[in-house]
Design a binder for this molecule. Structure first.
Ligand code: HPA
Length: 246
């Protein structure tokens, strides 16, 4: 049975190496997920792939049905997820194309349904979220990066912002004062929902741009797409070595 899923973000709406054996249209009690579930063989292992923004990259971060996505993956028997997320780099040494394996997240989102535990409860539920990412999985990704001589940051705090607009320069300064190293719009509530479902979840964040105000360049979608291409090659290299370890 397939136990591992990859959730692809901007720059990863499909995986060329995935040998697709099954495509399934699925529904959830929370509505439709971002797209069909694709099962296939990836680097010798059965995996399930779901592009977070839909197959044609049309679902913006604040409109992703995170609960539907996580619920259908759990129903499919998934117990481990590697999420790939495009981010802006706050730290001066984080350059476009580099990857970060965050160990913490701060949630700045404002308009998203962020829990499965809200109705029909026998008792109120509070999950432990001290360590938001699955450390065992993070360490596997980190050891592969070391082995492969990849330039990466093995820890960092992910600021999950609402979007879809990018930040002001002063918002980025505030996030930095809060201790954040990278900014993205899709890290939450996805990470917390995975924990609610007891799924081991880690994130490979790909730096698409320097955060607002941190370079003189205007941040454009073209720039993000171009920079992500390079980073996604690194993600592919990491996946090819980490998937057989899971
Ligand atoms: N900010 C928020 N989300 C992002 C960015 C950014 O600079 N780049 C890619 N996703």
């Amino acid at each position: 049975m397939t136990k591992l899923a990859i959730i692809g973000g901007t720059g990863l709406t499909s995986i060329d190496d995935l040998n697709i054996t099954k495509k399934e249209v699925v529904q959830s009690p929370f509505g439709a997920p971002s797209g069909i579930l694709q099962t296939g063989e990836l680097f010798g292992t059965q995996v399930l792939f779901l592009p977070r923004h839909g197959p044609s990259h049309t679902i913006p971060p604040h409109k992703v049905n995170y609960r539907a996505n996580l619920w259908v993956l759990k129903q499919a028997g998934i117990d481990t997820i590697i999420a790939v997320n495009a981010v802006g780099g706050i730290d001066a040494d984080l350059l476009p194309g580099q990857i970060v394996i965050p160990d913490q997240v701060i949630d700045y989102t404002t308009s998203r349904t962020n829990t499965f535990f809200e109705e029909g409860l026998k008792e109120v539920v509070h999950i432990d979220f001290t360590e938001p990412y699955c450390n065992g999985l993070r360490q596997k990704i980190i050891s592969v990066c070391d082995e492969q001589g990849i330039t990466y940051k093995g820890q960092g705090t992910y600021a999950a912002t609402e979007g879809p607009r990018l930040e002001t320069a002063q918002e980025v300064n505030r996030l930095e004062r809060d201790g954040c190293n990278i900014i993205g719009m899709t890290g939450m509530p996805e990470t917390a929902l995975a924990r609610e479902l007891d799924i081991c979840y880690a994130c490979i964040a790909v730096v698409a741009n320097q955060a607002a105000g941190r370079s003189t360049e205007t941040i454009t979608m073209d720039m993000i797409t171009k920079n992500l291409n390079e980073g996604i090659q690194t993600v592919r290299q990491v996946l090819s070595k980490v998937i057989p370890l899971i």
